[in-house]
Design a binder for this molecule. Structure first.
Ligand code: XUL
Length: 472
C-alpha cells in the first residue's frame, strides 16, 4: 500500500490530504487554521493589515509553526512510512524575503528544534505581502511605463501589471526598504518557500506559480530580463530557478524523517500555486474542460490549447502543472451579488431558485449588469447594478425577473470575458457552494451551450498536489 501527500498552504490555514495510490481514496484530510491554532499572531483569518493603505501581510513564522502542528497531528493518525511522494501548493503571489543564512539553515534542519525556531532569523523582512495586498498601484504604473505599456507586459507575462502580483510587490519593498532589500538573498513564493522546507534545500519555483509574478516570460518559461530590470536591481540573483510542474526536487529532508517518521525515500515534487493545483485536483488539467468555481467571487479556469493573453488585461495566464498554460478569470461579484439580489426581496434561497425556474430564459428581454460592488472583469468601480428592460423591471418591481436577470447577467458576462481564451468548452465542471443549485447549473449550461457536471471535490488544491506527486 502506497500513499501520496498533498499540502495546501492557503490564506487561512495549512492542510494535508493523503491519498491511497491504489484506489485514489482519501485516507487523511486535516487542516490547521492559523487564527484558531495560533491566536498569538493576531491574524484571525491568516493575515493582517499593514500601516499603509492597501497593505496586507501574513507572517511566515506563523506558517512554519502551523506546519509543525499539522505534521505532528498527521504522524499520530497516519502511517507516514506508507507515504512515497508529496507535493504542495501555496496561495499565489505572496512572497517571502530571506537573508544569506537561509541556504544553510534550510539544508541543515535539526529535529531537536522547531521549524519556526530555526528559520525565523533567516527572514530579511518579518512579514510576507500576500495576494490581498493592493498597495502597489504606483509600482505597477512604473513597471508598465518602463516597458512601453501594459499590453507589452501582458503579452510577455500573461497578465498586465497587477497590484497583488509579486513583481510590483518586490518593487515596492525595494523602494521603501532599500537596506532590507539589499540584505535579501532569496525571494520565494509561498509555494517554493514551503516546498524548500520539505525538500531541505533552496527549491525552484514552478511555471504555474511563477506566472503570477509579472516577471516570467511565457514564451520560454523563464525570467524576463526586461521585466526584472524594470522591477528592482539585481533581482535575478535573488530569485530561484523556474522549472516545469513535473520537476522532482529530491527526497524529503531528514528533519521530517527523524522528527515525524517519514520514509527517507519520499520524493518531493516542486510545489505550485493554489489555482494551478486546483486545476489538477478538479480534473481540469487536460484541454477542453473548463472549471467554474462559484464562491465569494466566481472563477473560471481551464487548460489552454495555445498561449494567448487577454487583450483587455482582466484575465491571467498561469503555467499548467501538467504542461503548457492555464487561464484564470476572476469575477468579484459572485455569491455576494446573488445574495444581494436575494436579500433585496427578503427571499430565501428556495424562493431564489423558484424565481429562476419560473422566469423564462432570456428573462422576457430584461438584462442586468449584476455588479453590486466593484468588479475586475471588466473593471467597474461603482456599486450599483445596471438594469435595462421594462420600466417595472428597471424599478426593481419584479423580484422573479430581477433574480433571473442577475444570474443570467453573471454568466453572460463570464462568457463574454472569457472569449479571449479562444476555446469552446465541451463540458463545464462546476464546483463551490452555489454549484449545488440546479437552476444556476442550468443557466450555466444554457449560456455556454454545453453539458455541466458537478464536482463533489472539496479540498481540490491539496488533492491536486497529492495527484501531481503521484503522477510524477
Ligand atoms: C489568484 C489569486 C488568489 C490566490 C489565493 O490570482 O490571487 O486566488 O491564489 O487563493
Amino acid at each position: 500500500m502506497a500513499y501520496s501527500l498533498g499540502i495546501d498552504a492557503s490564506t487561512q490555514s495549512v492542510s494535508a490530504i493523503v491519498i491511497d495510490l491504489d484506489d485514489g481514496r482519501v485516507v487523511y484530510d486535516h487542516s490547521i487554521n492559523f487564527g484558531e491554532a495560533l491566536p498569538q499572531y493576531e491574524a484571525p483569518n491568516g493575515f493582517f493589515q499593514g500601516s499603509e493603505d492597501g497593505e496586507v501581510f501574513s507572517n511566515p513564522t506563523m506558517w512554519l509553526e502551523a506546519l509543525d502542528l499539522l505534521l505532528a497531528q498527521l504522524s499520530k493518525e497516519c502511517d507516514l512510512t506508507k507515504i512515497k511522494c508529496l507535493s504542495g501548493a501555496g496561495q499565489q503571489h505572496g512572497s517571502v524575503y530571506l537573508n544569506h543564512t537561509w541556504f544553510d539553515a534550510v539544508s541543515n534542519l535539526s529535529p531537536q528544534a522547531s521549524l519556526a525556531e530555526q528559520l525565523k532569523a533567516c527572514t530579511s523582512r518579518p512579514v510576507a505581502p500576500i495576494w490581498m495586498d493592493t498597495s502597489t498601484e504606483k509600482e505597477c504604473q512604473e513597471i508598465a511605463q518602463a516597458l512601453g505599456g501594459d499590453h507589452i507586459i501582458c503579452e510577455k507575462s500573461g497578465s498586465v501589471t497587477t497590484e497583488r502580483f509579486t513583481g510590483p510587490q518586490i518593487r515596492r519593498f525595494y523602494k521603501h526598504s532599500l537596506e532590507a532589500y539589499l540584505n535579501t538573498n532569496r525571494i520565494h513564493l509561498v509555494s517554493s518557500f514551503i516546498g524548500s522546507i520539505f525538500a531541505g534545500c533552496d527549491a525552484p519555483v514552478d511555471t504555474g506559480d511563477g506566472a503570477g509574478m509579472n516577471l516570467m516570460n511565457l514564451k520560454n518559461f523563464d525570467w524576463d530580463s526586461q521585466l526584472l530590470n524594470a522591477t528592482a536591481p539585481d533581482l535575478k540573483d535573488k530569485l530561484p530557478k523556474i522549472v516545469l510542474g513535473n520537476h522532482r526536487i529530491g527526497p524529503i529532508a531528514p528533519y521530517f524523517v527523524k522528527k515525524y517518521g517519514f520514509d527517507p525515500q519520499t520524493e518531493v515534487t516542486v510545489f505550485t500555486g493554489d489555482n494551478p493545483s486546483s486545476l489538477v485536483g478538479t480534473g481540469g488539467s487536460s484541454e477542453g474542460k473548463v472549471v467554474i468555481s462559484l464562491g465569494t467571487s466566481d472563477t473560471y479556469f481551464a487548460a489552454m490549447p495555445k498561449i494567448v493573453s487577454d487583450p483587455n488585461g482582466y484575465g491571467h495566464v498561469f503555467g499548467n502543472p501538467s504542461g503548457k498554460t492555464m487561464s484564470l478569470q476572476c469575477f468579484l461579484n459572485g455569491s455576494l451579488a446573488r445574495e444581494a439580489v436575494k436579500d433585496r426581496f427578503n427571499y430565501s434561497w428556495d424562493q431564489f431558485t423558484e424565481a429562476i425556474k419560473e422566469t423564462p430564459a432570456g428573462c422576457n428581454g430584461n438584462y442586468m449588469l449584476p455588479f453590486f460592488s466593484p468588479e475586475i472583469s471588466p473593471r467597474y468601480s461603482g456599486s450599483t447594478p445596471v438594469l435595462k428592460g421594462s420600466p417595472a423591471f428597471q424599478n426593481w418591481e419584479h423580484p422573479q425577473e430581477a433574480i433571473r436577470a442577475c444570474v443570467e447577467g453573471q454568466f453572460l458576462n463570464m462568457q463574454l470575458h472569457t472569449e479571449w481564451m479562444a476555446m469552446q468548452p465541451k463540458s463545464i465542471y462546476l464546483t463551490g457552494g452555489a454549484s449545488e443549485n440546479d437552476m444556476i447549473a442550468q443557466v450555466v449550461a444554457d449560456v455556454f451551450q454545453c453539458t455541466v457536471e458537478r464536482l463533489a471535490v472539496t479540498g481540490s488544491v491539496a488533492l491536486g498536489a497529492a495527484m501531481r506527486a503521484a503522477e510524477n
